[in-house]
Design a protein around this ligand. Structure first.
Ligand code: HEM
Length: 526
């Protein structure tokens, strides 16, 4: 594909009161410069039948990388441009909140990091981020391994007699990710890989409802009395109560066994001698970080949901892609065999599983989780000029709903060679045409400190974990978790899709998942 020469990136703009007042006036007089923006008219049918982000991609190619999507009286600005995305997510991040997404998630996550108001977010982010320190991540690697081995043992049993089995790997990944997040975030062993329980059912019920709400465009659940009258809402509230009771209990126990210490001390704890290595333990023990139980519960619930489905999805699509590329499957297995042999995984050996990590990242490029980031402007703003079809900047009024389409950015023909192809190697080769400032391919030696190809290296053309202050807090956790699970699976099994790839349809809510599961044939490796 032809690439366009990039314009120089704009300087971050300092806003001041006068700026804002003049914007307000301009918007008031002109109805906002939104009027000049290309418009894609959506039919209501676009909302059903296929994932919305497919249509957003077609309209991106047709209308350019900043356009307005109008559904009757409702409209969204759709952004598929790295410079504009960088402005919204990083340079002027606090001019935006989570808009529609926060409205949907508040009943479930309360004031957790994702839907929280700015003041609460600032306080909680400051406390939660240090929780993901190096020794915690190292302790997590042991949890990832322990939980993965439980899944591998189950699969070994299933393949015992015939050497192979057909099963839905998406469901297995979902259970495994739930077990990991339960132990890592609040030291609760769901053990969903081997059993069912009311709490597990309640978690899946709640996830299902969160998913449903994010694709349902009329928030009928806010109508008074629906909670009692509509059966699915009644079920949702009873599921929520089961999880909340469970979390309240865990918080109570953690507080009763509190061992208060300064944050620096906590970050040097010897995790190998601790029974409870969870994030909850850290948050409760941190001196000066007292917080009420309700907030703690919101934090835990948010991380349970944010860290579960996303990881299960990235594993699902990694296997989906690998299973269609036997050469890459063998290359990945050769790496695993040479790095791990039959030994245990350590943080050191994980660093050497470079190809596995690139598979995870390439899968996140093609199937970003979530495919769209949602924002709403709190004040009028001026979006900068960008690349294709977005050379003009646009004034936007306060209250503008925005989709930053990661899916479009990640498959943009303007920034990626063969954008729809699965090529994990693309990250390790410096790009010949360095069309994006700062992008030089992922070379750990030339990108010190970067654990994986990230948004900084790619200057916001690649956003596997978002960017700016609201970037994922669990990015390292997630990359290492997925690497461990995939490596341990490939060490023992060859994987094939049961049918044709086209039969694996996509559906989407917050994340992209399959319509009817990822049915695969697993064969024991000899
Ligand atoms: C935020 C992706 C795993 C916790 C985000 C965002 C993305 C993302 C794109 C930014 C959302 C936005 O800007 O609107 C992913 C992916 C994961 C993953 C792809 C797995 C492959 C995790 C894990 C945890 C976690 C394991 C926790 C243990 C969070 C939280 C936020 C977040 C709390 C909100 C941060 C804030 O607003 O300050 N994630 N995530 N995520 N993620 Fe992750």
């Amino acid at each position: 594909q032809q690439q366009q020469p990039p314009p120089p990136p704009p300087k971050p703009k300092q806003r001041n009161l006068l700026d804002n007042a003049s914007n307000l006036l301009t918007n008031f007089l002109s109805g906002g410069n939104l009027g000049a923006m290309p418009i894609a008219e959506g039919a209501v049918t676009d909302l059903f039948g296929k994932p919305l982000f497919f249509s957003l991609y077609d309209w991106f190619l047709e209308h350019g990388s900043v356009y307005k999507l109008a559904f009757g009286p409702k409209s969204f600005v759709v952004v598929s441009d790295p410079i504009v995305a960088r402005h919204i997510l990083r340079e002027n991040a606090f001019c935006y909140d989570k808009g529609v997404l926060a409205e949907i998630l508040k009943p479930i996550m309360g004031k957790g990091l994702i839907p929280a108001d700015l003041d609460t977010w600032k306080q909680r982010r400051k406390v939660i981020t240090p929780g993901f320190h190096a020794l915690f991540i190292e302790a997590m690697v042991r949890i990832f391994t322990k939980c993965s081995e439980r899944t591998i043992s189950k699969l070994e049993e299933l393949t015992e007699s015939e050497g192979q089995v057909i099963l839905d790997l998406e469901a297995e990944f979902s259970n495994l990710a739930l077990d990991i997040i339960g132990l890592g975030v609040f030291n609760f062993d769901f053990d969903s890989v081997t059993k069912e329980s009311p709490v597990i059912k309640a978690v899946y019920g709640t996830l299902f409802e969160a998913e449903h709400r994010s694709t349902f465009y009329i928030p009928y659940w806010n109508i008074p009395l629906t909670k009692w009258i509509v059966p699915r809402q009644r079920k949702f509230h009873s599921d929520l109560k089961v999880i909340n009771d469970c979390l309240d209990n865990l918080i109570k126990n953690a507080k009763e066994t509190r061992q208060e210490a300064d944050v620096e001390k906590l970050q040097q704890r010897d995790y190998s001698s601790l029974k409870d290595v969870s994030l909850l333990r850290f948050l409760v023990d941190m001196r000066g970080a007292d917080v009420d139980d309700r907030q703690l519960r919101d934090d835990l619930m948010t991380m349970l949901i944010a860290g579960h489905e996303t990881t299960a999805a990235v594993l699902t699509w990694s296997v989906f892609l690998l299973a269609q590329s036997p050469t890459r499957m063998r290359k990945a297995q050769a790496e695993v065999d040479s790095v791990l042999s039959n030994g245990a995984i350590t943080v050191e050996s994980l660093k050497k599983l470079e190809y596995i990590k690139l598979i995870i990242l390439e899968s996140l490029r093609l199937y970003p989780q979530p495919p769209l980031l949602i924002r709403r402007s709190l004040r009028p703003d001026k979006l900068p000029g960008g690349y294709n079809g977005a050379k003009e900047g646009y004034e936007i009024p306060a209250g503008t709903d925005i989709f930053v389409s990661i899916y479009n950015l990640h498959r943009s023909p303007y920034f990626w060679d063969r954008p729809n192809e699965f090529e994990p190697e693309r990250f390790s080769v410096p790009k010949k045409d360095e069309s994006i400032e700062g992008w030089s391919g992922f070379d750990p030696n030339r990108s010190p400190g970067a654990m994986y190809p990230n948004e900084i290296i790619a200057d916001f053309a690649f956003l596997p974990f978002g960017g700016g202050p609201r970037k994922c807090v669990g990015d390292q956790f997630a990359v290492l978790e997925s690497t461990v699970v995939l490596a341990l699976l490939l060490r023992k099994f060859d994987v094939e899709l049961r049918g044709s790839p086209d039969e694996v349809e996509m559906v989407t809510g917050a994340t992209i998942h399959t319509k009817n599961g990822l049915w695969c044939r697993l064969r024991r490796r000899t």
